[in-house]
Design a protein around this ligand. Sequence first.
Ligand SMILES: Nc1ncnc2c1ncn2[C@@H]1O[C@H](COP(=O)(O)OP(=O)(O)OP(=O)(O)O)[C@@H](O)[C@H]1O
Length: 621
Amino acid sequence: MLSRSEHRGVCRLLSSVMSGTEAHADRQEDYRFLHSMLMEKKLHLLFKVVAVIHLTAILVLNASWIHERLKRFEKRSPIPARDRASALVSDLLEDELSHDARVQAKELLSLLCEPQFKSLLWVHDAVAQRQFEPQLPPLPELPRVLDEDDDSVKIVSLVKTAEPLGVTIKRDGSTGAIVVARIMKGGAADKSGLIHEGDELREVNGVSLERKTPEEILPLLASSQREVKLKVIPAYVGNEQAANNKKLFVRALFDYDPKDDPSVPCQAVALTIRRGDVLQVLSKEDDTWWQARRHGDGNTWAGLIPSEQLHERRIALQRPKALFKSWCVQPRVKEDDYGAISGIRVAGQRRSFRLGRRGGRGTEAQTRKRTAALEGLARAPAYVEVVPYRMGAKDRQRLVLLVGPPGVGVSELQRRLLVSDPDRFGVTVPHTSRERKRQEQDGVDYYFVSQRKFEEDILNHRFIEYGMYRGHYYGTSLESLAEVMAEGKVCLVNVHPSTIKRVYTAEFRPYLVFVKPPRLEELRLTRRRAKFLTEEERGPARMFSEEDFEEMIGLADAMEAEHGHMFDKVVVNGDVTTAFRELRVALETASGPDLQWIPAEWIQTSPAKARGSRDHFDCWV
Ligand SMILES: Nc1ncnc2c1ncn2[C@@H]1O[C@H](COP(=O)(O)OP(=O)(O)OP(=O)(O)O)[C@@H](O)[C@H]1O
């Protein structure tokens, strides 16, 4: 359809044709004929049709030209350099340009403030963040699995008499759930035939048992008068395998996108996995493809995920390629490397340090380190079994291990945590075999011990880390960690990842934070900016060379490949304020009553269990 203005245009064109031909029409009849023909409605309509066709043709040609160009561009698989260009520009406006009096800066400022430019950035960010992708409805329910909260729950009512119910209960060591430990033969429960050993108790007379200990539950049961109403999840639902699988939770240690996997049996039911996701494995019947659902996304249906074996096979196939990958870290030999022992000053006191993070730049050591990282990559499991964990009011805080390549900002983040809440966070007092200086206090600045004692302690594995600097030993003892934790504080330790395994135990229940450098461009920008910002407050900021940046990124990759399966949180330290905020939130969760996931092996080897903690004893009802 032509618009009004286009219609008027056609009429004007025809009238002008009329007036143009007036002079050439010899006879009155010719003129009238021509006039009636040109003013004919049908002719007007014909014109309109021709015009529409013409316009459409132009549009089609343009569209196909644009399409061709886009297709050619798409082949290059462009990746956005950053997905928040508008944030970068507002930072630039706020931090740099608004204070710059130069004419060029003013001009750039006004250009960047133009609404057209802002719209361009907005569109860029929308495309970079793929906001154009349609929000698909959830997939239809496919293989139906048991949902904890619906079909498997049973309400049981037991009539109470003078005799006891004949049930013992306990807290399940791996899930924390309250379960029926024993049914005593001939007791009321036994006679009813309604509850069984292994059944999980959810409620007693409408009172939820979540976070309750067996000791707190006993009075609830005892105070019931004629009847005890129990909400139970039976242990015998389906076959035994289903019951076991129901409780199997794993943390994924790799990213997986079924769209990139041509071998997945059915794309529509495969799960996209992000490293760190907690998955409930519901079926391991197929050796290659397990069925699982992601914890916390509310889905009741299972999706396919690669089995442990399949993932291992794939990694084994990739390994030769990885071993020949070129590494960007250039070895650099430097004598008496201060980084071999680096101290952190907190309120003027040396409080914590990590060892050997910068050592071994020699070619051989470096090659060994890289090979180890790659081998670690090949050995890295696909999943680690985890169990739900909620910190109780009496539980000790988890040890917080901060790791990252030298210079990435681990000490900076640790310093900010200590300053932000000194009552909540604490660091250890290190040991040393050097002489005490006049102003230093034993047990405050360091624990001063003799060289002999230090060596004895090394032999007795009492250090999480130790090293020698200028002929003296320095080290962080396991006892000093326990001391800070005993004060009820969150103990922050800044260590080399190779020492993690020393404390990766049920006793310390470490929460591992990996501090990672951002991409090279952002790393350069933020560190350069920091040079100007921190100089006024805390003296000169550390200078980094291009080589330092590359080494930092290379080492971070190697650390992640080798130890990534143990990291609970990865904080990218680009903008330090954002990184700090993210770290604070993560540590709030790790030290609060919220649901967390910890390795199942800590529960299985829990000292409490070994000693027969009260939670794990049967309680008689
Ligand atoms: N996000 C950041 N932006 C800018 N500068 C930063 C950032 N994080 C840290 N820095 C600065 O980088 C320098 C090195 O940081 P820091 O001492 O915390 O490194 P580190 O990881 O503890 O390494 P090392 O153990 O070698 O000291 C410091 O000057 C610090 O202020």
